[in-house]
Design a protein around this ligand. Structure first.
Ligand code: LRH
Ligand code: MN
Length: 388
């Protein structure tokens, strides 16, 4: 039987990072539905992230995206965040939105473009030196649309050279989390399409290069928890970009489309004793809230991760391992499903109350009037995000 006191301690110590861009306007190629009260600058995004932390108690860091969150003084931005009770988390690079990157960024046939892209990655580390961030999050949209468009092998040589230069610039306490994605915006071959490619580059780079799993970046039917178990065993899992999807990279609220998958993923984390922040896995959200209010959506997403984690922590691992060793297929599955079918909401309400928080974060947020306040205050200026 799981030790409930230990489960509650683990839940109280859980840390989930929210994305600055999750608070800004977003959409699809068809439409961006702007919302009232959306942040107009990094400070307002950080204020919204601090609000999510205020009501959940487990989201004390916010990831930035450069240049979406470009400011003149990152040390001042960091102090501002700290004054609101949060820290700056991962720094995300962006080599996917510049005209020069049509045929690729660090893999582009043009050495001048490769230089420009690599310089952006190095600039992000300069920013990390000012924000105190540990993680440089690299995602490359690089790829090709037609067979023969470019040489697949040569593009890997170019990618490897840029990663090496970036890795060698890292400070002692900094690391790379290298994200992969099956397709989009490239529709024939992506240069880092899957976990194996990211893993291989990370092995080549060194200890401070780890893989980032974005849960929306796999072919349908991919067993993501297997990838988690494998990378944990190899000591190469660095981070998650949590979201959920029904079809492609839908970036919906994590746990919304497939809460059972999220439970299976968090079980592999718990089984490896990798939940504690000291283990070093960054649990980040990477989502777009195209039609729903953004702050309550992110609060709900944090709660979905907490619920999946609580269920995973309740798996009676001793009994499970015994059934597995004994080849008792049905018993093993039953033990696993018992935990998943446990209503953990009362337990999480207790954990929140023990931390002096309202057991109902969404209700508390609604009663706080924060949504009305930002709608009233954030008038004029240019809203941040897509279509800005
Ligand atoms: C790419 C991605 C990446 C981010 C972007 C906002 O699809 O998942 O993590 O840079 O979304
Ligand atoms: Mn992502």
């Amino acid at each position: 039987m799981a030790d409930l006191a230990a489960v509650k301690r683990a839940l109280a110590a859980q840390r989930i990072e929210t994305p600055s861009w999750g608070y800004a306007n977003s959409g699809t190629r068809f439409k961006v539905f702007a919302q009232p009260g959306v942040p107009r600058n990094p400070e307002e995004k950080i204020a919204d992230a601090a609000t999510v932390h205020r009501f959940t108690g487990v989201a004390p860091t916010v990831a930035l995206h450069i240049p979406w969150d470009k400011v003149d003084d990152y040390a001042a931005l960091t102090s501002y965040a700290q004054s609101l009770g949060v820290e700056i988390g991962a720094i995300n690079t962006n080599v996917f939105q510049d005209d020069d990157y049509k045929l690729g960024s660090v893999t582009n046939p043009d050495p001048g473009v490769r230089r420009k892209a690599t310089d952006h990655l190095l600039e992000a580390i300069d920013i990390m030196d000012q924000t105190g961030s540990r993680d440089l999050k690299l995602w490359f949209s690089d790829g090709i649309n037609y067979p023969g468009q470019d040489d697949l092998r040569t593009r890997q040589d170019r990618l490897s050279a840029a990663l090496r230069e970036t890795y060698d610039r890292l400070g002692q306490h900094q690391r790379i989390v290298l994200e992969y994605k099956l397709f989009e915006p490239a529709f024939y071959a992506t240069d880092i399409p899957d976990w194996g490619t990211s893993y291989a580059h990370c092995l080549t780079l060194g200890d401070r290069a780890t893989v980032c799993i974005d849960t929306g970046h796999h072919a349908p039917g991919t067993n993501i928890e297997f990838i988690v178990a494998f990378l944990l065993r190899a000591g190469k899992l660095g981070a998650f970009d949590f979201n959920s999807r029904f079809y492609a990279d839908d970036d919906l609220m994590v746990g919304a489309a497939d809460p059972f998958q999220l439970f299976r993923i968090m079980y592999e984390i718990v089984r490896a004793d990798a939940l504690d922040p000291a283990y070093g896995i960054a649990f980040m959200l990477d989502q777009c809230h195209n039609i729903e209010r953004k702050i309550p959506a992110i609060i709900r997403s944090v709660m979905n991760v907490q619920e999946a984690t609580a269920k995973a922590l309740l798996v009676d691992r001793e009994a499970l391992f015994a059934a597995q060793r004994g080849g008792d297929v049905l018993e093993a599955n039953a033990i696993f499903m018992d935990a998943y079918n446990t209503d953990v909401r009362p337990l999480l309400a207790e954990v929140r109350a023990d931390a002096g928080l309202d057991p109902d974060p969404i209700g508390a947020y609604k009663r706080s009037g924060y949504d009305e306040k930002i709608v009233a205050e954030r008038v004029g200026g240019t809203q941040a995000g897509w279509g800005a």
